[in-house]
Ligand binder design. Sequence first.
Ligand SMILES: Nc1nc2c(c(=O)[nH]1)N[C@H]1C(S)=C(S)[C@@H](COP(=O)(O)O)O[C@H]1N2
Ligand SMILES: [Mo]
Length: 312
Amino acid sequence: MVLFRYPRPLPSEITPKEMYLSRRSLIGGAAAFGALTTAARAAALQTHPGPYSGGLTPTPHDDVTHYNNFYEFGMDKGDPAAHSQDFHPLPWTLEITGLVRKPVRLDIDQLLHSPAIEERIYRMRCVEAWSMVIPWDGIPLASLLKDADPDPRATYVAFESVLRPSEMPGQNEGLSGIQWPYVEGLRLDEAMNPLTLLALGIYGETLPNQNGAPIRLVVPWKYGFKGIKSIQRIRLLDHEPPTTWNRLASDEYGFYANVNPQVDHPRWSQATERVIGSHSLFGATRQPTLMFNGYGEQVADLYRGMDLRKNF
Ligand SMILES: Nc1nc2c(c(=O)[nH]1)N[C@H]1C(S)=C(S)[C@@H](COP(=O)(O)O)O[C@H]1N2
Ligand SMILES: [Mo]
């Protein structure tokens, strides 16, 4: 069996540019249909501007919703939009359990109507060396964790995506090598950082399936794969939990996965990134990658004294 190493080569790298473009317009037909059905389901959220959003111009909606990684629906960037329309994110319950004094079971409807939803426009840097700017609507994870009242022994937070092979074609294939469900984790202090968000929407509307409906994690100073989608379970632990990409290739994907232009991936440089949605005559433009993806002021203290080459 061929086990694809993540990430697979970008189509733009393995095909001539013209082929890549025509491939995209081919996908466009299916994508346009997907966009219609998605639009019909999207509901407006009551949201208000939050902090940390300054000065960024969001990537066009069409790119944010048609250039995705969500291996439950396939491994190509267009697969999530094309193959996620039979996924039903409602009704949904999110539970917060483990080392907490008040285990929480949250009905997603409650969260979707929460007055605490705010807009956060964040940079998003994928480990594959591309980036976007996404206007999220969500609730700081810290506020939900505080409601659960963490036990003093809790030092880590584990996240688990939904396991639903009947609605997620990628969970029936062994191609990606992923052991389902997709799992992720943070240190508790990272989870409590004010930047860390549970997103319920983008662009002021509920999340499209391909972006992780109905609720997903956003940790803007880390590589995109930490932003686990369609979360059902959050558990507080006293030890570091296993994480999907680290399990698959621990030499390539660490637990921390902080964006760091000085620590290259074993197979490519992390110094620059391809800006999705920027079009010049020669394709997307590239820009330098920023330490902690530009959020050092908010998060550098979390890693004081740590060797970021070892803890990559
Ligand atoms: N459950 C799940 N979550 C996931 C993934 C996935 O395959 N499955 N892909 C990750 C990766 S690699 C990235 S870059 C982001 C992409 O988020 P976006 O498609 O909303 O931009 O989701 C992350 N969360
Ligand atoms: Mo990613």
